[in-house]
Structure formats: structure tokens, C-alpha cells
Design a protein around this ligand. Structure first.
Ligand SMILES: O=C(O)CCC(=O)C(=O)O
Ligand SMILES: [Fe+2]
Length: 343
């Protein structure tokens, strides 16, 4: 299996176009060691052209004036409610100990049944956006099913579809959000100013991250507490693979066996940078109770440290607590910290 080996990050590149128990094992190995993997697929789930078109649309949107973008400001009614719409530069802090990140974002949630109100030029491309969101979700479903296979969840308990069924969008709303990200050019010089997205782990189940060749900046925190860059196109393929990472919720749900790895974005201004992230979350009502897997059981308390810090971050107290959260309660706790929202 090819790997990306920049500065000691051994993030594997896994072809998920033909699912099998071997592919499932590779996905589980990557998810439980790095928490990051690259997925290569053959355009059948998501044509590369659709990714490029979405980047073009994103650039057209962000190059508008502030007045135009602010008509659909985050959390506003015009933008369709909480966690939807445009986030201005420095409007949020992924790392609350670090001042607001110099970047912009536009959040789109999956259609239920319609897309949220969109500003121009996104509104004219709503059918392309819908298709893109559906493709992203199909990739997440494929990965979640591979995890179900590798975790050997018994047929009578729900089988390999155990996770995927809890992310079935036809069954109701979820916290899933697609985010177009824009890091404008800055005159940044000092090292502290070059941090463009503060150190954080993602909140949901899995994240698909799309980046553009020639626009590096993503770094992951290695176990030795040093930062390693994650290349955009590690195998110099004609289409860059999609970067996938495990979020806090899936780590929490699997007793810490799957790793939610801390990452950040850093570059020293100069040029602008674009990325897009599809944050896949379970259905709001999904209960984050024990996953019926002997493999997770056997992993036992090895994830105790990680779980303890997660429980503290979620305000659940130490590792002794037994409170079962729903996916929505889990997300609400995290968003409150990020946006400083009140109850
Ligand atoms: O822009 C990137 O490459 C990563 C952004 C990210 O990690 C996030 O928004 O959660
Ligand atoms: Fe992230």
C-alpha cells in the first residue's frame, strides 16, 4: 500500500472503489493509528470534475464584497439558522486559547428536503451543490461501512451497516455540514501570525477534506508532539486523493480506539488558500452507546486517557461518568465552546 511519508507521517493511501475485508482492515488500521487516511476512488463515487467545479464556485463566492456575503451571515434566519451561512474572518476560534482564525467559511447543511437559502452565485448552482453533498455522503457511507466490516459487528446486531445506518440522512436531521473555506492573502510575517486555523480536532464522525495542489498548510500533531505537514497529492496522481480524518464523536463512540488527531493550518500569508470540508455526523437522535464489537471490547481501556480528555472537554466530568449522549447533545456541547453560544 502506498504511503505519504513527509516528515514521518505515514498516512496510507487506500483505494475504496472495490470494498473488501482487506480494504476494511486497512481503513481500520489507519483510523486507529493516525486517525487520518487518504482515499483514492475511481470517480464513480465523486467525479474529480465535480470537486474542481465546487472550488471554482467557492472562489467566485468569496471574491464578492463583504456586504454581499454578509446577507447570509452564520446563524442568521436568512441563512437558514444555526451553523449555516457565512463566517467572517476571525469570526470563530477553533482553538479557544488562540485569537480568531484569519479565514472565512460558508456552511451548507444537507437538504431536508430543500437546500438552505443560498446567496449568489451559490444559489444558481444549487443542483450541483446537492449532487456534491450526495456524493460526499456516499463516500462517508462507504467508509463507515468498511469500519463496520472491520469491527466485525454481528449481523444480528446490525452488521457492517451499524455505523452507516446511524448516518442515513433519509431518517432525519443530523449535524452534518459542508464547509467551503477561504484563507485570504495576508501580510503575515511572524510565526504566530502564520497559524490560519488553530490546533483542533474535528467534532463529528468523519471529515472529508479537499485541498488544491500548490496550496499546502495542513499539519497534524504527531504522537511526539511535533507537527508534520500533510501533502495535498502524496502519490502525484492525476487527481489528488481525498483526505479523511476521524472526528471526536467517532473516537468517543469507539472507546478511543479510533483516533481523532489534532491538526491545524499554517502558512505565512502570501497567497490565498482554499479548502472544503464535509463534516459527517450521525443522526441527531443517535445514541452514543457501546458499539457491539468484540474488537472494541478487546481494545478495552487503552483509550482511557484520550476519553478522559474528551469527557472533560464535553463537560462530562472524569472517565467515571456513565451518561449516554445523543449525537446532537455531543455536537451542541462542542459548538457552544467554538462560537461562545449561550444555552
Ligand atoms: O483547511 C484545511 O486544510 C483544514 C481545515 C480544518 O481542519 C477544519 O476546518 O476543520
Ligand atoms: Fe479540522
Amino acid at each position: 500500500m502506498p504511503h505519504s511519508e513527509a516528515n514521518g507521517t505515514h498516512i496510507p493511501i487506500i483505494d475504496i472503489s472495490k470494498p473488501s475485508p482487506e480494504v476494511a482492515q486497512q481503513v481500520l488500521d489507519a483510523a486507529s493509528t493516525h486517525g487520518f487516511l487518504f482515499v483514492q476512488q475511481d470517480d464513480s463515487l465523486l467525479p474529480n470534475e465535480d470537486v474542481n467545479n465546487m472550488f471554482k464556485l467557492s472562489s467566485q463566492f468569496f471574491h464578492q464584497t463583504t456586504t454581499q456575503k454578509s446577507t447570509h451571515a452564520i446563524h442568521s434566519e436568512a441563512a437558514g439558522g444555526i451553523n449555516r451561512g457565512w463566517v467572517t474572518m476571525a469570526g470563530e476560534a477553533l482553538d479557544p486559547s488562540h485569537p480568531g482564525d484569519p479565514k472565512e467559511a460558508f456552511n451548507i447543511s444537507p437538504p431536508h428536503p430543500d437546500l438552505q437559502p443560498l446567496p449568489s452565485p451559490l444559489s444558481q448552482s444549487s443542483s450541483e451543490i446537492r449532487k456534491f453533498l450526495d456524493s460526499c455522503h456516499a463516500i462517508c457511507t462507504r467508509i463507515l461501512t468498511l469500519l463496520g466490516t472491520a469491527l466485525e459487528i454481528k449481523e444480528e446486531e446490525g452488521g457492517e451497516k451499524w455505523f452507516a445506518a446511524r448516518h442515513d440522512e433519509s431518517q432525519g436531521p443530523s449535524g452534518t455540514i459542508f464547509r467551503m473555506l477561504y484563507y485570504p492573502k495576508t501580510k503575515a510575517a511572524s510565526a504566530s501570525e502564520s497559524i490560519r486555523a488553530g490546533a483542533h480536532s474535528d467534532y463529528g464522525s468523519i471529515t472529508l477534506l479537499f485541498r488544491l495542489p500548490g496550496q499546502p498548510g495542513l499539519e497534524i500533531l504527531k504522537p511526539d508532539q511535533t507537527w508534520a505537514p500533510v501533502p495535498v497529492n502524496p502519490a502525484s496522481a492525476s487527481n489528488p486523493p481525498i483526505l479523511v480524518n476521524i472526528g471526536d464523536l467517532l473516537s468517543f463512540w469507539t472507546n478511543g480506539m479510533l483516533k481523532s488527531t489534532v491538526h491545524r493550518v499554517t502558512f505565512s500569508g502570501g497567497e490565498e488558500r482554499y479548502s472544503m470540508a464535509y463534516f459527517c455526523h450521525p443522526l441527531d437522535g443517535a445514541r452514543l452507546e457501546a458499539v457491539p464489537s468484540k474488537i472494541i471490547e478487546a481494545f478495552g481501556s487503552k483509550g482511557a486517557e484520550e476519553l478522559k480528555s474528551q469527557r472533560e472537554r464535553l463537560g462530562l466530568g472524569g472517565s467515571g461518568g456513565r451518561e449516554v449522549l445523543t449525537a446532537k447533545e455531543h455536537l451542541d456541547r462542542r459548538l457552544k465552546v467554538t462560537y461562545g453560544l449561550k444555552d
